[in-house]
Ligand binder design. Structure first.
Ligand code: HSE
Length: 420
């Protein structure tokens, strides 16, 4: 594809689609024009001439005048049909649909190989942050041990608004929707599923592991209790939704998306509003930190633009870490995590699930909490994890390999009242 002759078949003209139009108008280095736009809603008034739009998928996919497909819709099933249809027709694709990618990643890697046609998706993980191509290319030989980050803009926007600006959850979510940060189904954001889908992409490009999204322990921000928030304030900690994937010493990988307490000096504690932050940890470079806008029309479109530019020099993902078979598999049974669990009377977590309990506090007024160490697989399987009235937040320590011999819960501390 020639830099001066990019003819885009676009699907979707929502927040990011309009952002892409804006970005293309202001990009002198690339001569790209939107030739046709596939949309669903026949009743919407749109800002571009009506003859550009069509409601027929194949009119775009089969148009020989278009040399790249840009897929920016929110329906993951339809996105899958568009993306696979385009690849099978030999048309390069740029997509932002992380849900579709996470659900079909192995198949899409295979389809790219079979068709020899590239599929790029820089904007699908951390929007404007250039993480995928960096993980793929810059870190192609360095041994990455971990990626850890705030990779959902909406939840970070909500947590920032609640804790810094004392805005209610509902008001903060409504604002995140107005600003175009949230998914059309915002449960994907607040339940941690969008972060989980992005973590699937990071796992593939950072650690060479294609995981099924449902195999990653995921807890969102809707259950964070008042008691967990006051615990954080009391200890001078910040609550963020953190996605983490870490290579264990035996080659397995621990991965989870959890609300997490961070010390104020942690890089991610200073990531505010819709910004995302990603820390890479590697053998040679140690810690590195990416920071940037993780949602929004123009920042997301800027990553789409970068993918379009990359296609003009023949770029495609080689999935280098997969070739190197650098990581074996998700190994939640070999990993453990330290957590704060808050609960009320009649909603207690199963104490026997914990390999160590560090503290156990109760207060008639405010409820109960315990802090302890629990195996990642044990936590994921715990029926109490999803019970209303129980809230789980990770303590500041990273995921780690499980200790062989659990210490008995003799160190448990009982106290009459919870700290204010
Ligand atoms: N809903 C997503 C987020 C959009 O808030 O991060 C960007 O992927």
């Amino acid at each position: 594809m020639n830099r001066n002759d990019i003819r885009i078949g676009l699907f979707g003209f929502g927040v990011v689609g309009q952002g892409l139009h804006t970005v293309l108008e202001r990009t002198p280095g690339l001569r790209a024009r939107i030739g046709r736009i596939g949309v669903k809603d026949r009743s919407k008034t749109r800002s571009l001439p009506p003859e550009l739009f069509t409601f027929e998928r194949d009119e775009v996919l089969d148009d020989p005048a278009l040399n790249v497909i840009v897929e920016l819709i929110d329906d993951a099933d339809e996105a899958y049909r568009i993306v696979t249809g385009a690849l099978r027709r030999g048309k390069a694709v740029v997509t932002t649909n992380k849900k579709m990618l996470a659900e079909h990643l192995q198949e899409l890697i295979e389809l790219q190989r079979q068709t020899g046609t590239p599929l790029l998706y820089e904007a699908a993980a951390c929007a404007s942050l250039p993480v995928i191509r960096n993980l793929e290319e810059y870190y192609d030989t360095d041994l990455l041990d971990a990626v850890e980050g705030i990779i959902n803009g909406s939840t970070n926007y909500i947590l920032t608004a609640m804790h810094r600006d004392a805005v209610t959850f509902a008001a903060a979510l409504a604002r995140a929707q107005e600003l175009g940060f949230a998914e059309s189904n915002p449960a994907l954001d607040v339940e941690g599923l969008d972060a989980r889908n992005k973590l699937v992409l990071l796992l593939a490009h950072a650690l060479g592991l294609v995981a099924r999204p449902e195999d990653i322990l995921t807890v969102g921000i809707t259950g964070i209790s008042e008691l967990a928030s006051s615990y954080a304030r009391e200890k001078g900690l910040v609550i963020k939704l953190v996605a983490e994937a870490r290579r264990l010493p035996d080659g397995g990988v621990a991965a989870a998306v959890l609300p997490t307490l961070l010390r104020p000096e942690h890089e991610l504690a200073r990531v505010h509003d819709e910004y995302n932050g990603l820390i890479t940890q590697s053998l040679f470079t140690d810690r590195q930190f990416f920071l940037g806008r993780g949602a929004g029309a123009v920042p997301t479109a800027s990553a789409v633009l970068s993918d379009l530019s990359a296609l003009t020099y023949g770029y495609r993902y080689e999935y280098k870490k997969l070739q190197q078979q650098s990581a074996r598999a998700l190994a939640p049974a070999a990993a453990e995590v330290d957590v704060l669990v808050t609960f009320g009377q009649g909603h207690a977590p199963e104490r026997a699930d914990f390999s160590r309990i560090h503290e156990y506090f109760h207060s008639e007024q405010q409820g109960y909490y315990l802090t302890g160490t629990i195996g990642l697989a044990r936590l994921a399987a715990a029926a109490w994890l999803r019970q209303p009235g129980i809230s789980v937040v990770r303590l500041p320590q990273p995921l780690r390999a499980a200790q062989a011999a659990p210490v008995a819960s003799a160190a448990e501390v009982e106290a009459a009242d919870c700290p204010a």
